[in-house]
Write a protein that binds this ligand. Structure first.
Ligand SMILES: Cc1cc2nc3c(=O)[nH]c(=O)nc-3n(C[C@H](O)[C@H](O)[C@H](O)COP(=O)(O)OP(=O)(O)OC[C@H]3O[C@@H](n4cnc5c(N)ncnc54)[C@H](O)[C@@H]3O)c2cc1C
Length: 413
């Protein structure tokens, strides 16, 4: 059995708040009802030969991921180069902004990066917890063998560790864990994609017995909501096709920040420079007090809506923005004196709670050499677990979910 409650009090914790951060307002983009990957491409169309939106939301091949942002930053830089730009203003020093600025600098273009925060990295950011580097945002280089950022990490000889997301140590609060992967495959094959996602799932569920319905609910939770970060009524059927973890994922045990710090070296990055207005009416683009002949704006999707554009963003971009949405994903990092929870050989843990809570856990104890575990929570479960709570209360509630998972694992053995 699990030991007495006192040993489950963490010695340190860290809770993220991406959804409330004014410079992200969420975790990453997803497809809203009727949204398709085409809307991502539309968002990133070049405007007037001198202005382009870029970042993970514009990437159709690797949306929502750090390397998708990186690739899209390179795409945007190429547009500026094709336009013959001599001075380029990049807004945002996340992966997309760093990629764009790096390529432009390498081509001899005068380029400045205006970054609102007092740090670089955007939605990648490593914090120090008692000497261990833990990532608030992106931690994994996904699709490692086809990932340009992973190539950079290899060039810099950074240590990476593989995570096998297909082998979770899973438990459910309400009994044994059903065949979740089988239920997911059956759902994908059986959904009527002509309907909205919520209606299609509702229709599909009416044909299932209680056991199949339970497995399907868990499959949706684990395979879709934890990836897309929004409840079903706020998602497109096409969100089912946007892949996330599970394809040769490798993490940086010393933090993603060591990669972005290297990528930023030598770039002209102006920290604490929040942009509020982009004027692209004339031959030049004016960004607050700066002027260039091309502008690459990489701010996250919801932040775009807070900026003033002159002229306003065209109908194509407005349509695209109406069909894209921002998912919610948050993390809690917990450190303990010792590892009191059962060990998962893959380091990956799944918790099927009802209603959903901290559904995914990654045990970093072996990677960091100190008992550390990271919980992930997504979609409307964030509101349920965060509302009205301090960080300490959120962390302690997460500990409770971990304890319940550990007890369920042990009682199933
Ligand atoms: C919790 C979490 C876990 C994740 N896990 C992974 C993972 O494991 N693997 C993975 O590949 N991806 C992951 N992601 C997604 C990944 O972090 C993002 O897709 C990627 O970092 C986005 O890069 P970007 O350059 O498009 O945007 P950002 O990183 O958001 O960069 C935009 C920059 O613009 C700045 N900015 C915003 N507003 C202004 C303004 N007004 N003026 C000036 N600057 C401004 C921001 O401060 C920021 O630096 C995760 C994200 C989160 C939140």
């Amino acid at each position: 059995m699990i030991e007495a409650t006192a040993v489950h009090t963490p010695t340190a914790w860290h809770v993220t708040h991406w959804s409330e951060d004014p410079y992200s307002l969420g975790a990453y983009s997803t497809l809203a009802p009727a949204g398709t990957p085409l809307h991502r491409a539309m968002l990133g169309e070049c405007l007037g030969g001198r202005f382009v939106l870029a970042g993970e939301a514009c990437n159709t091949a690797a949306p929502a991921m750090a390397h998708g942002a990186w690739d899209d930053g390179l795409r945007a830089a190429d547009l500026a180069l094709d336009a013959g730009a001599q001075r380029v203003i990049v807004i945002g020093a996340g992966c997309a902004g760093l990629a764009a600025a790096g390529r432009l600098k390498a081509q001899g273009v005068d380029c400045i990066v205006l970054e609102a925060r007092g740090r670089i990295g955007g939605r990648t950011h490593s914090v120090d917890l008692n000497g261990a580097k833990v990532d608030e945002g992106a931690a994994w280089l996904q699709f490692f063998d086809e990932n340009a950022l992973a190539e950079k990490a290899q060039d810099y000889v950074l240590v990476t560790i593989e995570t096998d997301f297909s082998q979770p140590l899973a438990a459910a609060r309400d009994g044994s864990v059903p065949d979740v992967d089988g239920a997911w495959a059956a759902l994908l094959a059986g959904l009527d994609r002509r309907l909205s996602l919520a209606s299609a799932v509702e229709h599909y569920m009416t044909g299932l017995d209680a056991g199949q319905a339970r497995a399907t609910r868990y499959a949706i939770e684990g395979h879709l909501l934890l990836e897309a970060g929004l409840p079903l009524p706020e998602l497109s059927v096409c969100a089912l096709d946007e892949e996330g973890v599970g394809h040769g994922d490798r993490m940086l045990p010393n933090g993603f920040g060591q990669l972005t710090q290297r990528l930023a070296q030598g770039l002209d990055i102006r920290l604490n420079s929040p942009v509020s207005r982009i004027d692209w009416a004339g031959d030049k683009v004016r960004v607050d007090d700066e002027q260039g002949d091309f502008c690459i704006c990489t701010v996250p999707l919801p932040v775009l809506k807070t900026l003033a554009f002159n002229p306003p963003l065209p109908e194509v971009q407005q349509q695209a923005m109406a069909h894209l949405a921002m998912g919610r994903l948050e993390k809690v990092v917990l450190q303990f004196e010792h590892r009191w929870w059962p060990r998962s050989p893959s380091g990956y843990l799944r918790w099927y709670d009802t209603p959903a809570s901290w559904g995914e856990w990654l045990d970093l104890t072996d990677a960091l050499g100190t008992p550390t575990i990271v919980g992930l929570i997504a979609a409307d479960a964030v509101e349920r677990q965060y509302a009205g709570r301090t960080d300490e209360q959120i962390a302690l509630a997460a500990c409770e979910a971990l304890r319940a998972w550990a007890e369920a694992v042990q009682s199933s053995r």
